[in-house]
Write a protein that binds this ligand. Structure first.
Ligand code: ATP
Ligand code: ZN
Length: 299
C-alpha cells in the first residue's frame, strides 16, 4: 500500500494514556507490530500507522497535518489551542470524540495551613503550573491578577522550593497532593482523553478508513456499558417491563411456543444494568431473565 494513502494516528508513547489508547485500537480490530523503542507501529491489517510520541507534541502533529488523528488529554488540547491563539495562529485541530479514559482535573491547590477564602485569595499570588495559558485564561475570566510561573514539571514541590505560593496541576485521586501537603481548592477544568483530527480534507483513499475507524471507536465505547437482556414476560405486563429496560429503544418481542400469555423480550441496553433493575423486572412479572455481554456493535 502506498505510504501517502496510510492514515496516521498519534498516541502517547509512554504514559498514562498509552495502554488505554493501544487497547482501544486493538478493540477496533487493528493488528500492529510494535518493536521496542520504535516510533511507528505499522498497521498490518489496516492502512493505518500509529506514531508514538510525547503527548505534548500530539496537537502540533495534527496541526501540521503530519498526523490525521491524535489521542490526547483535553487539558493538552486546550492549552495548545490557547497557546496558538495567543500567537495569532488558528488552531487547526478538531475534537471528534471524547474517550472514556484519562479522567482527571486541573486544580488549584494551596499548601496545608494556607488560609484560603475563595478565588479572591489568589490575588497577587504566584501560581506554578505546566498549563500557563489555561490558568491565565481562568484568572482573566474572574478578573484576578496573579503571577503565573511556568514550570515544565515537578509543580507540586514549587511551593516548598519557594518558587510559587500555590500550584495548578492535574489531579485524579489527590494522593500526590496529599503527599506534598497540598489542599485542592478550585477545579479549573475537567479533562479526559479525546480524539482530535485535522480539519484539512483527507484524501478520498484515506477517508473511507478514517470513517470506518471512527465508527468502530464509537462502537467500542458504546459496547462497554451495553448488555443484551433476554426475558419472558406476561403480555399484560409488557408496557411496564419495556419501560424498565435501561437505555433500550426498540426491544424485540418474540412469541413463545405453547403459550399466548407470555412472550420473550430481547433488548440491547446501552446503560449499565444493575441488580436492582433485574429485581424490578422480576417484580413486574418477568421470568427467565438473562443478561449477556455485548462483544461488538455497529450503529
Ligand atoms: P509525556 O512524556 O508524554 O510528555 P506526561 O508526563 O506529560 O508524558 P502523563 O503523566 O503520562 O503525561 O499524563 C498524560 C495525560 O494523562 C495527561 O495530560 C492527562 O490528560 C491524563 N491524566 C489522567 N490522570 C492524570 C493524573 N493523575 N495526573 C496527570 N495526568 C493525568
Ligand atoms: Zn507531556
Amino acid at each position: 500500500m502506498e505510504q501517502m494513502h496510510r492514515l496516521k494516528l498519534a498516541v502517547q508513547k509512554s504514559g498514562r494514556l498509552t495502554d488505554n489508547s493501544l487497547d482501544l485500537l486493538g478493540r477496533c480490530g487493528l493488528k500492529y507490530s510494535r518493536a521496542k523503542d520504535q516510533l511507528v507501529c505499522f498497521g498490518e491489517n489496516m492502512p493505518l500507522d500509529v506514531l508514538l510520541v510525547r503527548d505534548d507534541d500530539i496537537p502540533d502533529l495534527v496541526q501540521e497535518d503530519v498526523c490525521d488523528l491524535g489521542i490526547v488529554g483535553l487539558n493538552v488540547v486546550e492549552e495548545k489551542r490557547l497557546a496558538f491563539l495567543a500567537r495569532g495562529v488558528d488552531p487547526l485541530f478538531e475534537q471528534v470524540m471524547t474517550l472514556d479514559y484519562g479522567r482527571c482535573r486541573l486544580s488549584i491547590a494551596v499548601p496545608e495551613g494556607h488560609s484560603y477564602e475563595g478565588t479572591g485569595s489568589l490575588e497577587g499570588m504566584r501560581i506554578a503550573t505546566t498549563y500557563p495559558n489555561i490558568v491565565a485564561a481562568w484568572l482573566a475570566a474572574r478578573g484576578l491578577r496573579a503571577e503565573v510561573v511556568t514550570l515544565s514539571g515537578a509543580v507540586e514541590i514549587a511551593p516548598r522550593l519557594g518558587r510559587a505560593d500555590v500550584i495548578c496541576d492535574l489531579v485524579s485521586t489527590g494522593s500526590t497532593l496529599a503527599a506534598n501537603h497540598l489542599t485542592e481548592v478550585e477545579t479549573v477544568m475537567e479533562s479526559q482523553a479525546v480524539l482530535i483530527r485535522t480539519p484539512v480534507p483527507v484524501a478520498a483513499e484515506k477517508l473511507d478508513w478514517m470513517n470506518k475507524l471512527l465508527k468502530r471507536m464509537d462502537g467500542v465505547q458504546q459496547v462497554k456499558e451495553s448488555k443484551y437482556i433476554m426475558l419472558h414476560a406476561p403480555r399484560s405486563a409488557l408496557p411496564l417491563i419495556v419501560d424498565l429496560l435501561p437505555g433500550s429503544e426498540h426491544p424485540t418481542i418474540v412469541p413463545l411456543e405453547g403459550t399466548d400469555e407470555k412472550v420473550a423480550v430481547h433488548a440491547v441496553c446501552r446503560e449499565y444494568v444493575f441488580w436492582e433493575t433485574l429485581e424490578s423486572l422480576k417484580a413486574a412479572g418477568a421470568s427467565a431473565i438473562l443478561v449477556l455481554p455485548v462483544e461488538k456493535m455497529l450503529a
